[in-house]
Write a protein that binds this ligand. Structure first.
Ligand code: ATP
Ligand code: MG
Length: 324
């Protein structure tokens, strides 16, 4: 049985539609027109125990809405969702004890008090014995390197420290299902790496099923073998990240280093420019034109070095979204 089983799941929000202009505003006072926005549009997928899956999609694609339905924060408009056999929207106690939703941009920690006080509160909420609590906390403090942060009021923690404390609070009860919404948002590169390593450790150690959204391609590349891609509420891809990259990698990247400064305008005339420092440039070129373009660049610019590379995941995903 899959840990998470979703079938034709959909969510519609009712939003108030404002008519444009002054007259529209006046009319709106008396006459409200509501419109349905289909944020999640009949998606189906399954996630096994211990699987770590990435959730990919442009802004507004429906990722957070889906995670909220999986965690029971939102009731589906139609379709079915089962998590560990439970209906999340019923919010049964046994279900709550086995799941956690962490949102990078929102905190469950109490701002004015030290994180360990919130941990104590969660101990009570989840009914952990003193032994379970201290064992679990000990592990998390070790894995997340939290020793020095526990007794400091949360408002005085750095973003990276707070995010790690956040994860600890969410995982004290050792949930089997972990939903992460942008866990590395705003973190510096070192901290991103720490958080990623932790997620992977937690996944391996407890065979937890993890579904995470991220706009950070490094997260997905490091963590997820499988990705689900959402577009306007629909799943448009479900498979390995590797294959996604291969399927959509229509472009290659030509990297050049020049002997002297070359004007960016001159470079732009030759192809889509990804990056240019004057003395070096990164240019995206369709696969079929690579050799022709490379020859052109070599004859047009004072080139010291030229390499041809596969496009990065980041760039590929950008291409897919911009086409959509
Ligand atoms: N509470 C709400 N009321 C009305 N519409 C909403 C609500 N929450 C989300 N939406 C709409 O539903 C759609 C999906 O939003 P959602 O937050 O799930 O997207 P997302 O993929 O998480 O985007 P992002 O990458 O920006 O976080 C969007 O069109 C959004 O405007
Ligand atoms: Mg979101």
């Amino acid at each position: 049985m899959n840990a998470i089983e979703v079938e034709l799941l959909a969510k519609e929000y009712q939003v108030f539609e404002r008519k444009p202009g002054l007259w529209g505003s006046i009319v709106s006072v008396f006459w409200r027109e509501w419109k349905n926005v289909r944020a999640v549009d009949a998606i189906s997928f399954g996630i096994q125990e211990g699987e770590l899956v990435g959730f990919l999609g442009a802004n507004g694609a429906g990722k957070t809405t889906t995670l909220k339905m999986l965690s029971g924060l939102l009731t589906p408009s139609s379709g079915s969702v089962r998590v560990l056999g439970f209906h999340p929207w019923k919010r049964e106690r046994e279900f709550q004890r086995q799941i956690s939703l962490v949102m990078g941009q929102r905190t469950q920690l109490w701002w004015e008090i030290p994180a360990q006080e919130t941990f104590r509160l969660n101990q009570a909420i989840y009914g952990l014995s003193e032994k379970e609590y201290s064992q679990s906390l000990g592990e998390l403090v070790e894995m997340l390197d939290l020793k020095d942060c526990l007794s400091v009021p949360v408002k005085k923690l750095s973003l990276g420290q707070r995010m790690r404390a956040e994860l600890a609070a969410a995982l004290l009860h050792r949930p089997k299902i972990l939903l992460l919404d942008e866990p590395t948002l705003g973190l510096d590169v070192v901290m991103q790496k720490k958080v990623r390593e932790f997620i992977l450790d937690y996944n391996r150690k407890w065979k937890a099923s993890i579904l995470l959204t991220s706009h950070n391609m490094d997260d997905l590349a490091a963590l997820c073998q499988r990705v689900l891609m959402l577009e306007k509420g629909k799943i448009i891809y479900d498979g390995s990240l590797e294959q996604l990259v291969r399927r959509y990698a229509e472009n290659k990247v030509i990297r050049m280093v020049f002997e002297e400064r070359v004007s960016p305008v001159q470079i732009a005339a030759l192809g889509a420019r990804l990056d240019s420092l004057g003395t070096s440039a990164l240019i995206s070129v369709p696969r079929s034109e690579v050799s022709k373009k490379a020859a052109l660049f070599l004859s047009s610019f004072p080139i010291v070095d030229l390499t041809i590379e596969e496009a990065s995941v980041d760039e590929i995903v950008r291409t897919i979204f911009s086409r959509a």
